[in-house]
Design a protein around this ligand. Structure first.
Ligand SMILES: NC(=O)c1ccc[n+]([C@@H]2O[C@H](COP(=O)([O-])OP(=O)(O)OC[C@H]3O[C@@H](n4cnc5c(N)ncnc54)[C@H](OP(=O)(O)O)[C@@H]3O)[C@@H](O)[C@H]2O)c1
Length: 237
């Protein structure tokens, strides 16, 4: 997701700084590929320098986000709870919280906004369209701070998406794994035959995008019923 969002941002003319857990030297090839608007830094560099930070990390790593350095910043959370990867998290299993509320509680002095979590990375990359394009898609946005949410909705517009304000972080379960808007309606049917992960990623990269109108996004979000939290990797893998 970080790679895809960096490509969309560079394509939109934004400066991008990327980081990972292993250090900036491991990102040289990606930076070169992204071009002159991109550079790599440490997590602390990104936290200090970025106007908007996108935490494109597994949920299990959220407590490693540097809360002090991120104080006062807008942080986009796109994590999804996958117990096979993240381990069981009781408050999520009990539907007593959402993944983004956990991130906000850790980043108590930041403005956490949830978006990009309900679309697959390849669809996100392939589905960006200029404003007014009839094939432009809509992504849901959740957040507790109105100004931060508005700023992130502007960013979505810049990157090629319409945004739909669907309420607070507590409401973000409506776009979590297993809900009607999650991943599937933005793309054609998953292939029926079993695939390796590499085959699945290749299929995803080539799969046509199904545009999501504002009305369809609103209808899908409204039709969500809260079930067991946490996604399951597709059984085709
Ligand atoms: N893949 C999708 O289509 C998709 C769609 C929507 C939402 N999401 C959600 O987006 C998040 C990222 O998914 P992904 O598929 O992009 O995962 P990924 O390909 O495994 O990438 C995760 C990235 O996070 C970095 N990272 C992990 N722990 C870190 C830490 N403590 N500090 C800094 N960087 C750290 C990793 O760096 P290193 O490699 O150096 O450890 C890696 O670059 C997940 O929560 C996922 O559920 C994914």
């Amino acid at each position: 997701m970080g790679d895809t969002l960096a490509r969309l941002a560079v394509a939109a003319g934004l400066n991008v700084m990327i980081s990972n857990s292993r250090g900036p030297e491991t990102l040289k090839d990606l930076v070169q590929d992204l071009g002159p608007l991109a550079r790599a830094g440490s997590v602390a560099d990104v936290a200090r320098e970025a106007d908007i930070v996108i935490a494109a990390i597994p949920l299990i790593a959220y407590k490693q986000l540097p809360a002090d350095t991120l104080a006062g910043k807008i942080v986009i959370d796109l994590t999804n709870y996958y117990p096979q990867r993240d381990g069981q998290i009781a408050v999520l299993d009990e539907n007593a919280s959402t993944a983004s509320e956990l991130v906000q509680a850790h980043l108590a002095s930041s403005f956490v906004v949830k978006t990009f979590a309900s679309i697959a990375f390849a669809t996100l990359g392939n589905g960006a369209r200029p404003k007014g394009d009839p094939e432009r898609s809509t992504l849901p946005v959740h957040g507790d701070d109105a100004a931060a949410k508005a700023r992130v909705m502007d960013l979505l517009d810049t990157l090629g998406y319409d945004a739909l304000d669907d309420g607070r972080l507590a409401d973000s379960w409506r776009a979590e794994p297993g809900t009607p808007i999650y991943v599937n309606p933005y793309m054609t049917e998953w292939p029926a035959e079993p695939m390796t992960v590499d085959q699945l990623f290749a299929w995803l990269r080539a799969a046509p995008v199904i545009p999501m109108s504002q009305q369809r996004a609103a209808d899908l979000l409204a039709s969500a019923a809260r079930g067991p939290a946490g996604g399951r990797f597709p059984e085709t893998i």
